[in-house]
Design a protein around this ligand. Structure first.
Ligand code: ZN
Length: 279
């Protein structure tokens, strides 16, 4: 499942091809994504200019003067960029290629085999897109200057669930999915089973710093694959080539050689080092 770093790398790959450019047409071959793709998308968007493409959590926000196209990659979605050049036709759509956004010089194609992705329209007339039901409940961005140990501390005082699960819930801070939650907690030396409200200010500070670092590093690794992304294989896999704990059950901790432990928390696998994560 694409997590925040994959979505941010996708945004960076798309931006130079769509920002400031006019959308010529929209081809919808399959409307049945997580929610139905709006019927009149072509009429709403053809001839309109994309002003900017932003990210909020794992949503991409394609901003037009008259509204915002909200997209989500779901479990298996990818956006690919195909050049439209004479003598170099865009490949014919395959069975999972559901949407094409056609610009003069590029075809931006959404492929989504499992169809848990989304493409929705929010008109300016409906109010600010930030108030859209999908976006309104999201926590702070991990790279927002307001995200800090103090923020984490304040928002976890009444949370008795384990800190790992509070991070996954996404209402305290967005973008910390299963992989990056395990890795951030390892980096901060914090036991993932610890009730969130028992984290003091010092540990909250370590954890907030670890989250920002782990996500920024993953984006940097993914960014180095951008050239392959354009017109080729989409954003593949996770940008975590050398995880410290994730999917390393039974293998030696890279810091202390203790075998990495795997437990289930809310149906999700958590990986941690019993020795390094005792805070
Ligand atoms: Zn260890």
């Amino acid at each position: 499942m694409p997590e925040l770093p994959e979505v941010e790398v996708t945004r960076r790959a798309l931006a130079p091809h769509v920002e400031g450019r006019t959308l010529e047409s929209v081809a919808v071959r399959e409307r049945r994504l997580r929610w139905p793709v709006p019927l009149r998308l072509h009429e709403q968007l053809a001839g309109r200019r994309v002003e900017r493409i932003d990210r909020r959590g794992k949503y991409l926000l394609w901003r037009f003067a008259h509204g915002t196209l909200i997209s989500h990659l779901g479990m298996s979605g990818t956006w690919r960029v195909w050049p439209r050049e004479p003598g170099r036709p865009v490949p014919l759509p395959q069975v999972h290629d559901h949407i094409d956004l056609l610009f003069r010089a590029h075809c931006i194609r959404l492929t989504d085999p499992r169809r848990f992705g989304a493409l929705l329209w929010s008109a300016v007339a409906d109010g600010p897109v930030e108030g859209h039901p999908l976006l309104a409940g999201l926590g702070i961005e991990p790279f927002d200057p307001g995200f800090s140990g103090e923020w984490l501390y304040r928002l976890t005082r009444s949370r008795s669930a384990p800190i790992k699960q509070v991070l996954l819930a996404g209402d305290v801070v967005v973008g910390v999915g299963n992989i990056y939650a395990s890795e951030s907690l390892f980096r901060a030396g914090i036991n993932p089973k610890l009730p969130a409200r028992r984290l003091g200010r010092a540990r909250c500070g370590l954890l907030a710093a670890a989250i920002s670092e782990v996500l920024a590093e993953a984006i940097a690794v993914g960014g180095s694959t951008l050239r392959d992304f354009v017109g080729a294989d989409g954003v593949a896999g996770y940008f975590m080539n050398d995880a410290f704990v994730y999917e390393r059950a039974g293998q030696a901790c890279r810091l202390c050689a203790t075998p990495i432990t795997r437990v289930l928390q809310g149906q999700r696998a958590t990986y941690y080092c019993r020795r390094c994560q005792r805070r």
